[in-house]
Design a protein around this ligand. Structure first.
Ligand code: PSU
Length: 310
């Protein structure tokens, strides 16, 4: 694809632009996980390890964020370190991306905004931790992450460890089905639930190789279908936290969020922070391991895609 760098507020890291120019494998990475998903300094350490993991698996990492009114496709080590400690960073989804750019501000991209930026940059594969989804009690609050609508319209394959277990997973699957988003479990039948390998639900689709996932991505383009694919990759068994262990902790965190009147964009960061405290850090270790695991699968898919394109 042609890069329209002249008319878009995009700044490419040299490593990323040369990989794209030669048709190499590139994996997009998001930045909300850095600013709103993990505490400092583990956030910056993890982001750096994830980038290295992508390189080790034959692809080029492109961490995406908005810095002073420009979309950066790939960050320098200094930019990453600064973002990881910055305050007043906007949490950007489809609704606020253009406003952040127009105001010259700095913002971290969620799954939705990272998909938009990756697609503008010509990147087809994106690895993250977990996508947003339908929050529990959504029948009252209407709190449904914009990540789901984005998956229905932007052609990027997103590798995640499932939707976070703090969400209403059956309703999240229903909305994805309504939107026509393929939800693929990698290497198993069960839908993974972020910190645990099994949500107690069967995933609508199963694939066992990166090559199959790359071919399905290409087939959607051939058919002219808009939207991406959601690949749910179970956390490695050695690092999972059993669903039964987490369930009461999630209930406690949810009750606290509701008592404190936490709403909208603040819900997910609040819950992740409380679960970190209540599990005495175990949830963060699991989160780091699942992101690294997704970086490996994302790299394999990007490599397979670059081979089918050449
Ligand atoms: N993955 C993680 N931690 C995170 C996220 C993903 O391991 O914090 C972020 C993603 O950016 C995702 C967001 O888009 O959580 C969901 O936020 P919300 O529920 O407000 O849509």
């Amino acid at each position: 694809m042609t890069l329209r760098t002249s008319d878009l507020p995009l700044t490419f890291a040299p490593e990323v632009s040369s990989a794209l120019a030669r048709g190499g494998a590139v994996v997009a990475l998001e930045s909300t996980i850095i600013t709103h998903g993990m505490p400092w300094p583990q956030n910056v350490e993890t982001a750096t390890r994830v980038e290295d993991e992508v390189r080790r698996h034959g692809a080029t990492p492109a961490t995406i964020a908005v810095l002073d009114g420009r979309i950066h496709i790939g960050l320098t080590a200094a930019e990453l370190a600064a973002l990881g400690q910055a305050r007043d960073v906007m949490k950007l989804s489809r609704a606020d991306l253009a406003a952040c750019l127009a105001l010259g501000r700095t913002g971290a991209t969620t799954v939705a905004a990272t998909m938009i930026c990756a697609h503008l940059a010509g990147i087809a594969v994106f690895a993250t931790g977990g996508i947003g989804g339908v929050h529990r009690g959504a029948e009252e609050s209407f709190d449904i992450s914009a990540d789901l609508a984005e998956l229905s319209q932007t052609p990027v394959t997103v590798v995640a460890a499932g939707a976070k277990a703090i969400l209403d997973l059956p309703k999240t699957l229903e909305v994805l089905e309504t939107y026509g988003v393929p939800v693929i479990a990698y290497g198993q039948d069960a839908l993974p639930a972020f910190w645990s390998r099994d949500a107690g639900l069967t995933a609508p689709l199963r694939m066992d190789t990166a090559d199959q996932i790359a071919r399905a991505h290409r087939m959607r383009a051939t058919l002219g279908l808009p939207g991406g694919q959601l690949v749910t990759n179970p956390i490695p068994a050695a690092h999972e936290i059993a669903r039964a262990t987490l369930a009461p902790i999630i209930e406690t965190a949810l009750a606290e969020a509701s008592a404190a009147g936490i709403a909208s964009k603040a819900v997910t960061p609040f819950l992740l922070q409380r679960i970190f405290e209540l599990t005495e850090g175990r949830s963060l270790t699991a989160n780091i391991e699942l992101v690294l695991n997704n970086a490996r699968l994302g790299s394999a898919i990007a490599v397979a895609l670059s081979q089918t394109m050449s």
